[in-house]
Design a protein around this ligand. Structure first.
Ligand code: SAM
Length: 266
């Protein structure tokens, strides 16, 4: 598992070939006014160990920022599991790039194949992107490397759907919502952006609400405001875990939070 050294080192064209152009790797790129080329001081030491590594390796020995007009990822599904949320949202927000982030290799491979199949079945006419070109998956540890992938204020939605509960008290530090990680989520979320949380575990719900409401950069969105949010039905029903909870007649505790404006610096 490798991560880019900074968000500009990602080649997003491998994830969204119909929406992002590949970075220029040759010295010709220096002549392209749309491309900023940086020469890193060192090449990566270790060989890439998986599919995602291709995206980073393709940036060596140069890294290039996105071409003007390229789209950027705006939604991230943290611990996306089998990808049900993105598949559900792909046609609700057809012009928005979404990325699932998942730590398990087999699950990432499954979602990758799922997306490839959906793309093949939904090809558009010449010059039109076609279906599911706006969703992709990456294998990574979201508790460690999120700011390597996203720039400050880049995201407008961040999803934490049915995260692992880590029931025992001494395992609470492994929970994906924690005071330290909230600082990272606030950094990559645009002011006005939304964190969505849902779980069937009441104790975890209360934990997430407690930490998010006590953070100075997040405020809870009242439930009546959420009624008009087109993402909410998918948050409740589209993920594989959400469907399992439904089959077992379990509870679903939903709580969403808005990233507030940065305090004015004096
Ligand atoms: N959100 C999905 C759903 O609702 O169906 C999956 C929920 S599942 C209970 C939690 C997922 O988070 C698992 O697929 C797990 O592998 C993933 N996960 C746990 N820790 C992670 C981490 N640090 N980075 C990325 N993914 C993680």
């Amino acid at each position: 598992m490798v991560s880019p050294v900074h968000p500009g080192a990602m080649d997003w064209s491998r994830h969204y070939p119909k929406h992002c152009s590949p970075p220029a790797h040759s010295l010709d790129a220096l002549a392209d006014p749309d491309v900023t080329v940086q020469v890193p001081s060192k090449r990566p030491h270790s060989p890439p160990d998986d599919l995602d590594a291709l995206c980073m390796r393709s940036c060596a020995p140069y890294t290039a920022t996105a071409h003007a007009g390229d789209k950027r990822v705006e939604f991230a599904d943290i611990g996306c599991g089998y990808g049900g949320l993105m598949v559900g949202l792909a046609s609700v927000y057809p012009d928005t790039l979404m990325l699932g982030m998942e730590i398990r290799v087999k699950v990432q491979e499954y979602v990758y194949q799922r997306i490839q199949a959906l793309r093949a079945q939904n090809e558009g006419p010449e010059g039109v992107p076609g279906g599911y070109q706006n969703i992709s998956i990456i294998r990574m540890n979201a508790m460690k490397f999120l700011p390597n992938f996203f720039a400050k204020g880049q995201l407008t939605k961040l999803f934490f759907l049915f995260p692992d509960p880590h029931f025992k008290k001494k395992k609470h530090k492994a929970r994906i919502i924690s005071p330290t990680l909230l600082a990272e989520y606030a950094y990559i979320l645009h002011p006005g952006g939304i964190i969505y949380t849902i779980t069937d575990v009441k104790d975890l719900h209360e934990w997430m609400v407690k930490h998010l409401t006590s953070h100075p950069l997040f405020e809870r969105i009242p439930d009546d405001e959420l009624a008009s949010d087109p993402a909410i039905p998918h948050v409740r029903q589209s993920t594989e875990e959400g469907k399992k909870v439904e089959r077992n007649n379990g509870d679903k505790f939903l709580a969403c939070f808005r990233r507030m404006d940065d305090p004015i610096a004096h």
